[in-house]
Design a protein around this ligand. Structure first.
Ligand SMILES: [Zn+2]
Length: 443
């Protein structure tokens, strides 16, 4: 098994699809690859249905054995990592089968994966489908064509193991009792099938498989892996399908300096392959306790920038706080202020000895061209942002600049939860560091 997994790790680097190295994927990205894979006689690519807007939904299958392994990806349109991973995996299975499994693999198992269940959401880079329905909350009433299709496919295929493949936002932290607090690059869950959260033989096997997969992954990847805490939701697909077969939720997550989630993508390939081999070889599985040893997946435990122990407030009444900043698609934002000792940042700064300067907007009253040097000079003078009610400011610097068209008078501290970060820090009197929109500018 170890030799096969070593080979998967090696051949992934060689055979993954370079064109899928993107932070987002749509149907246009995967269609040429599906076409290439379909020319391989061992792979069966078929059109299984259409999205609400009529986009094709594809199923990709291999093998004709007894053990049935199923999965579906990108039911949330903006969660593409496993789509790339499943296409990579099938490429490995077709290209180098002799290196990564016994020759009997495909006479012992059948693989069936729906790739990009929500192509409309993918096109719009949105979680929901074109009806604005969250497909993963549609398992009970089945009002989306995509949800209906998934349920039909699961019933038709009757898998032994089902993989529900998602992406989580980058701000999940693995556990809170570790010396090195890190983002969870992958999180697992064996969902319950009832409100009592019963563990039957199917769910027990899912937990054991997860424990095993986690151990295997840990030997290849220096990343944090987490486990979702038990919760049941009758309208979710994972929970519903957990009543039919062993069901494993995988959430691909972030890693520092890995915006396309290449690490999680490879981890998906290795997890899927390992589970398949374990099932086919009837490998004795790990103890269930291994599942509970995986640290909990903690929502909002991570942030993009964490400033620790900043001195805040007026000189006569100062206090200390940590400040967290997230850099989101819609812009940067201060997300929390206070005791964030249990949190971690992708970028952190220990601010002992640093004091936050008061809010001091520069009011643009006549035409001003803001070159980098002019901007730096103004930051050094203690101006942290600009108020440009008459649109007289021309920005000619690539550095981030916070510009407001209005003045919020009376605010002393620029550190306010929900606001754009325009922070100037000092060690004596003069500003020494600016943190504008989450970007550090040494002054
Ligand atoms: Zn999701």
């Amino acid at each position: 098994m170890k030799a096969f997994m070593n080979a998967v790790s090696h051949y992934f680097d060689e055979l993954h699809w370079p064109s899928l190295h993107q932070s987002h994927l749509t149907l246009d990205d995967i269609q040429p690859i599906l076409k290439t894979l379909s020319s391989d006689t061992a792979i069966d690519v078929s059109l299984v249905g259409h999205s609400y807007h009529g986009r094709p939904i594809h199923r990709i299958c291999m093998g004709n054995g007894e053990k049935r392994i199923m999965g579906w990806t990108q039911m949330h349109g903006d969660e593409p990592t496993a789509t790339a991973a499943v296409l990579d995996w099938f490429n490995l299975l077709a290209s180098v089968p002799e290196h990564i499994a016994e020759s009997t693999l495909f006479s012992q198992c059948r693989l069936c994966f729906i790739v990009m269940l929500n192509p409309d959401g993918a096109q719009a880079r949105e979680r929901r489908n074109a009806q604005s329905i969250d497909i993963n909350r549609d398992a009970r009433v089945l009002q989306s064509p995509e949800g209906m299709l998934l349920m039909q496919e699961v019933k038709r295929f009757a898998p032994d193991i089902a993989f529900n493949l998602h992406d989580q936002n980058p701000y999940y932290l693995a556990g809170d009792n570790h010396v090195h607090k890190r983002a969870s690059t992958m999180a697992f869950f064996a969902p319950p099938f009832d409100a009592q959260r019963t563990t039957d033989i199917k769910r027990q096997r899912a937990k054991q498989l997860i424990a095993d997969i986690q151990q295997m992954l840990t030997s290849y990847f220096d990343v944090a892996i987490a486990r979702y805490v038990d919760g049941f939701s009758a309208r979710c697909f994972g929970d519903t399908i957990a009543g039919m077969c062993s069901t494993i939720l995988i959430e691909s997550g972030a890693r520092h300096d890995d915006p396309c989630r290449h690490t999680a993508r490879k981890m998906n390939v290795m997890a899927l392959h390992y589970a398949t081999l374990a099932v086919v070889m009837n490998k004795p599985l790990a103890a269930v306790s291994g599942y509970y040893d995986i640290p909990e997946n903690i929502e909002d435990g991570m942030c993009d920038v964490l400033l620790r122990h900043v001195k805040l407030g007026k000189p006569e009444h100062h206090y200390f706080a940590d400040i967290s900043i997230n850099i989101l698609q819609e812009g940067a934002c201060i997300t929390d202020i206070g005791d964030l000792a249990a949190h971690a940042g992708f970028t952190e700064k220990a601010c002992d000895g640093w004091r936050l300067l008061p809010d001091n907007p520069y009011r643009v009253s006549q035409s001003l061209t803001l070159t980098t040097s002019r901007y730096r000079a103004l930051l050094l003078q203690g101006y942290n942002r600009f108020i440009d009610s008459d649109h007289k400011l021309t920005i000619q610097t690539s550095l981030p600049v916070v510009v407001d068209t209005w003045s919020n008078t009376g605010i002393y501290s620029p550190a306010v939860v929900g606001s754009r970060p325009a922070l100037l820090l000092t060690q004596d009197q003069a500003p020494g560091l600016a943190i504008i929109d989450g970007v550090f500018i040494d002054l």
